[in-house]
Design a protein around this ligand. Structure first.
Ligand code: SAM
Length: 231
C-alpha cells in the first residue's frame, strides 16, 4: 500500500485529474491515483534511468499504460505547455523543487494546482508561490515512521494567508501560516527538534573565534520565534 506521506499528497488532487508527477521514481503515486479514479490521467517524469525503468515496469504491471505515460527528462521539460492541470513534486528538498518550478515556468500557464512535498525547507516554496502568482491554499504536516513531512498545495486564486506586518509574515513563511495556527503534534515535534539544533549552533557560534554576525542574528531571531510559538 502507498505510504501515508504519498497518500496525503494524492488526497489533494481533484477527481478527473490530469497531472504530472515530477521525479516519480516507481510511479507509485500516479498508479495509486489512477487505480482509485478511472477518470484520472497522469504523466510520470523521471530524470534517472533506474527510476524511469521502475516507473515503466510499475505502470505496465498495474495495467495503466493507457492513462499513465512515463517520460524521461529533467523536471517540467517532460510536459508541453498547457498539457496538464496539476503538478506534483514530492520527496525532494525545497530548493530543488523550487528550481524545477522556476525552470519550468513556461509550462505552468494553464496549471491550476501545484502540490509539493519538500523534505526540507518548505519556506523557499512558500516564497516561490508568493513571487509567482500562486497562493498557498492548504498545508499539512504529518509524521510517518519517525520522519516529519510537509505537504503544500498552491492554486491560482486562493485566499491570502499572510499578514501585512513584515515580521509576522517572515514568521509565517518559515512555519507555514496554517500550520502555525494549528500547531499539531507533528508541528511541535519538528520545531522542538529544530530548536535544539539551533540552540547548539548558537552556543557553538558564541564560543567561536570568528562569528558570522548576520547568521548569528538570524538564528537568534528564529530562536525567539520558537520560544514564542512552542510551550
Ligand atoms: N516522488 C517520489 C516520492 O515522493 O516518493 C520519489 C522521490 S525520490 C527521493 C526523488 C526522485 O526524483 C528520484 O527518483 C530522482 O531520480 C528524481 N529526480 C531528481 N531530480 C529530478 C529532476 N530534475 N527531474 C526529474 N526527476 C528528478
Amino acid at each position: 500500500s502507498l505510504s501515508e506521506r504519498l497518500t496525503a499528497v494524492a488526497a489533494h488532487l481533484p477527481e478527473s485529474a490530469h497531472f504530472v508527477d515530477v521525479g516519480s521514481d516507481h510511479a507509485y503515486l500516479p498508479c495509486y491515483v489512477c487505480l482509485q479514479d478511472p477518470s484520472s490521467r497522469a504523466i510520470a517524469g523521471e530524470i534517472n534511468d533506474g527510476p524511469y525503468k521502475s516507473a515503466e515496469k510499475q505502470v505496465k504491471l498495474q495495467g495503466l499504460t493507457d492513462r499513465i505515460e512515463v517520460r524521461k527528462g529533467d523536471g517540467l521539460a517532460v510536459v508541453e505547455p498547457n498539457e496538464v492541470k496539476q503538478v506534483v513534486i514530492a520527496g525532494m528538498g525545497g530548493p530543488l523543487i523550487a528550481s524545477i518550478l522556476e525552470q519550468g515556468k513556461d509550462k505552468l500557464g494553464q496549471v491550476e494546482q501545484l502540490i509539493v512535498q519538500p523534505n526540507i525547507d518548505a519556506r523557499v516554496l512558500r516564497k516561490w508561490f508568493l513571487a509567482n502568482g500562486f497562493e498557498l491554499q492548504t498545508e499539512e504536516i504529518l509524521e510517518e515512521a519517525g520522519h516529519i513531512y510537509e505537504v503544500l498545495v498552491a492554486v491560482r486564486a486562493g485566499k491570502e494567508l499572510y499578514d501585512e506586518d513584515a515580521i509576522i509574515r517572515d514568521k509565517q513563511l518559515l512555519f507555514g501560516p496554517q500550520l502555525l495556527q494549528e500547531k499539531n503534534a507533528a508541528f511541535r515535534a519538528k520545531w522542538q527538534e529544530y530548536k535544539r539544533k539551533l540552540e547548539r549552533n548558537v552556543a557553538n557560534m558564541q564560543r567561536a573565534q570568528q562569528v558570522d554576525e548576520a547568521k548569528l542574528a538570524s538564528f537568534k531571531t528564529e530562536l525567539l520565534w520558537l520560544e514564542e510559538e512552542l510551550d
